[in-house]
Design a protein around this ligand. Structure first.
Ligand code: 13P
Length: 247
């Protein structure tokens, strides 16, 4: 069965109400694209964004492992779902770095996402020093082993490979290096999640643009992209959706 590609946008700490017009523009341009489309805006925009249309699904950028409680400033998967989210990013490298999130934390958040009925978009990726030391596969393999819960399926989980050194830098691994990593990830999860091996979608993330999306989507075991900067404008992200629809 062919896996449907996913064009996912992570707006990070960008976006105020005026940016909802970008979603309206995407809805107008892509009433029925041949790929899935997800945008993860700041939590303040989820409710309004989810009300806009059909093509663009909406996600959170992080969630707490608990359902509710005394955790000032945090947001639970249940609250995201209530606002209209259908997915949540967990374990983004910026969360791992800025908030010291461990693989175990990420695993607990993925399980919280499922508890609320959300798809968990679990992020992994090596630093530049780790790649230079020849450890990229080992690092990502360890992150997968530690962050992906036993109950993961192609329906409840998406894996995003985002090399830290490629995020926001304009640097992209060679297509051969992306293929090596994505083939490795499918084989690795195939060992631990045997029956789901062919169902998981593996996104590439890190400096994806309209100009390089098509060649990245053509790489072995690349099932879409997780896009930062180029997801903020409909004019840019539209090019990525179009590439995902063709591939
Ligand atoms: P850029 O596309 O801006 O490099 O960001 C990638 C990313 O971190 C998406 O989660």
């Amino acid at each position: 069965m062919a896996r449907r590609k996913l064009a996912a946008g992570n707006w990070k700490m960008n976006g105020v109400k005026a940016a909802l017009s970008e979603i309206e523009a995407l809805e107008a341009s892509f009433p029925a694209p041949d790929c899935d489309v997800l945008i993860c805006p700041p939590a303040t925009l989820i409710f309004a964004m989810a009300a806009i249309g059909n093509t663009v699904k909406v996600g959170g950028q992080d969630c707490h492992a608990n359902e509710s409680g005394a955790h000032t400033g945090d947001i639970s998967a249940e609250i995201l779902a209530d606002a209209g989210a259908t997915a949540v990013i967990v374990g983004h490298s910026e969360r791992r770095a800025d908030h010291g999130e461990s693989d175990a934390d990420v695993k607990a958040k993925a399980e919280a996402a499922w508890r609320a009925g959300l798809i968990a978009v679990i992020c992994v990726g090596e630093t530049e020093a780790e790649r230079d030391a020849g450890k990229a596969l080992d690092i990502v393999g360890g992150q997968l082993a530690g962050s992906v819960p036993a109950g993961a399926t192609g329906a409840n989980t998406v894996i995003a490979y985002e090399p830290v050194w490629a995020i926001g830098t304009g640097k992209v691994p060679t297509l051969g290096d992306i293929a090596e990593m994505h083939d490795y990830m499918r084989a690795k999860l195939g060992n631990s999640h045997t029956s789901e091996a062919e169902n998981f979608r593996f996104l590439y993330g890190g400096s994806v643009k309209p100009s390089n999306a098509a060649e990245i989507f053509a790489v072995s075991n690349v099932d879409g992209a997780l896009v930062g900067g180029a997801s903020l404008k409909a004019s840019d992200f539209g090019g990525i959706i179009a590439a995902a629809s063709e591939g």
